[in-house]
Write a protein that binds this ligand. Structure first.
Ligand code: 6PG
Length: 239
């Protein structure tokens, strides 16, 4: 696979089927984690929720890795109980932290705190206990150009995008989507050795192409990830 270069346009990997994408990306993630373990003794993977990545997580969970050396956490969480169907933690526990991969260390984001704002300090501390830069951050994207929980209409968006601010996490009112959220800030997302943006379907490809055009980041927050030069970004797309 071609190496990604920070500062260059994202490297695009396109597949004719979701199955081919899952095979290639689960290979890539497993290799990345293996290399991290070989070089540094531990590895970290921060993943997204939503509906797209479940098949990838199921494929990854079957990989024979030294899972006990891997930290797995979220890039964002909806502030709902773990039993709620919209819980990202529930999705990851169901699809990724199963079989041998159940030996991985979970990095908690949702806590019993009453709301995302009250829970932010705990999630921040849990993430800061993991070695950084994170080895791989896996992002998705919504049709409105949000990524993680950085939503265009959110009153906290400017704060979340301000890389001079120290916190890796930010409480978000998404406005255009259900549930208060806790999300990695842009600073947190970019504190990674690499970012993978996972997209399926023609509609998301069109949105991604639009995000590459000039236009304000606040209109399509994924632009903040696509335009930065700190952390290499690879885009994986299938029909
Ligand atoms: C979340 C996400 C979010 C997601 C996109 C795409 O928890 O909502 O992490 O950023 O990746 O909304 O979601 P779909 O895969 O469901 O289209």
């Amino acid at each position: 696979m071609a190496a990604t270069v920070a500062g260059a346009a994202p490297i695009e990997h396109r597949f004719d089927s979701a199955e081919a994408l899952v095979a290639a990306l689960s290979d890539h993630i497993a290799t990345t984690l293996e290399q991290a373990i070989a070089e540094r003794g531990t590895a970290s993977l921060l993943v997204s929720g939503g509906s797209t990545p479940a098949p990838l997580y199921r494929a990854l969970a079957r990989r024979p890795l030294a899972w006990s050396r891997v930290h797995i956490g979220l890039v964002d969480e909806r502030w709902v109980d773990a039993e709620h169907p919209d819980s990202n933690e529930a999705l990851v526990r169901r699809t990724l932290l199963t079989g041998p991969a159940a030996a991985a260390t979970w990095v908690p984001m949702k806590t019993p705190a009453p709301d995302a704002e009250a829970g932010q300090a705990g999630a921040e501390a849990a993430l800061r206990a993991v070695a950084r830069p994170f080895d791989l951050v896996l992002l998705g994207m919504g049709l409105d150009g949000h990524t993680a929980s950085l939503f265009p209409q959110s009153p906290q968006l400017a704060r979340a995008l301000d890389r001079r601010r120290r916190p890796l996490t930010v409480a978000i009112d998404p406005v255009t989507a259900p549930h208060a959220r806790l999300s990695l800030s842009l600073r947190g997302l970019l504190d990674a050795r690499q970012i993978v943006l996972l997209l399926t379907g023609d509609a998301k490809w069109q949105v991604y192409r639009r995000a590459l055009d000039t236009g304000p980041v606040r209109a399509m927050p994924v632009r903040a990830v696509l335009r930065q030069t700190r952390t290499p970004v690879a885009v994986y797309h299938s029909r």
